[in-house]
Design a protein around this ligand. Structure first.
Ligand code: SAM
Length: 222
């Protein structure tokens, strides 16, 4: 495999830093994680392009810039316990694992979860645990989480995820459909009952399918 170090540096400089992401921990993590190891075979040469790429099961590995702004919005701290819903290739989980103490990832497609698990293991990211399941229900056995990152777009914020957020915790999720499209939301849990919501702008994600997401047979029209 060719050495992609320079491509990775260039990606961080031109696609991420220049567009305003300034969190040093996020930038360092993205300089470190080899994105070419998370794309499908044959796509390695495109791993540092400014776009999402297709992965198995008709899903995508998100655009690097989107991964960066979502993780920056999560304000991940070194001791944090993180939940990622929609592990896909495992790339965002790997980036999160370089900043947080522990990452728990859920992926609804068993084949993607298995692939992500073995990649993460092979690369030595041993503070990440991946399981197959419906992430809209969260992972109650290990909750509460300081950070919850949802990498697929739902009709609303799943109730279970709000319940599993620690006080002071941050939840970042794309929400919405139709002419309005999806909006990236950040919720901060200020108390047991109060959440502050910020709108981080328009985004486009694959659908969040599950009990507290879209039904499988009626995916969103857009
Ligand atoms: N973060 C991923 C990465 O770095 O490759 C990108 C994920 S892709 C944009 C979204 C993923 O969410 C897909 O793999 C999809 O199967 C998954 N997904 C959708 N609904 C889900 C659910 N309810 N629970 C878990 N995963 C889900």
């Amino acid at each position: 495999m060719p050495d992609f170090t320079r491509s990775r540096e260039r990606m961080v400089e031109t696609q991420i830093t220049r567009r305003g992401v300034g969190d040093a921990a996020v930038l360092d993590a993205m300089r470190e994680v080899p994105r070419e190891r998370f794309v499908d075979r044959g796509f390695e040469e495109f791993a540092y392009e400014d776009s999402p790429l297709p992965i198995a099961e008709n899903q995508t590995i998100s655009q690097p810039y989107i991964v960066a702004i979502m993780i920056e919005a999560c304000a991940v701290q070194p001791g944090d316990s993180v939940l990622e819903v929609g592990v896909g290739s495992g790339y965002a989980a790997a980036v999160l694992s370089r900043i947080a103490a522990r990452v728990h990832g859920i992926e609804r497609h068993a084949s993607l979860a298995a692939m992500a698990r073995s990649r993460l293991q092979r690369l030595g990211y041993d503070n990440v645990e991946v399981r197959t399941g419906d992430g809209t229900k969260g992972w109650p056995e290990v909750a509460p989480f300081d950070v919850i990152l949802v990498s697929a777009g739902g009709p609303e914020v799943p109730r279970a995820l709000k319940e599993q957020l620690a006080i002071g915790g941050r939840l970042v999720i794309p929400v919405g459909v139709g002419d309005e499209g999806q909006t990236l939301l950040k919720l901060v849990r200020e108390s047991a009952t109060d959440f502050r919501t910020e709108n981080l702008g328009p985004v486009k994600f694959v659908p969040l399918i599950g009990e507290q997401g879209w039904a499988e047979e009626t995916p969103p029209s857009k």
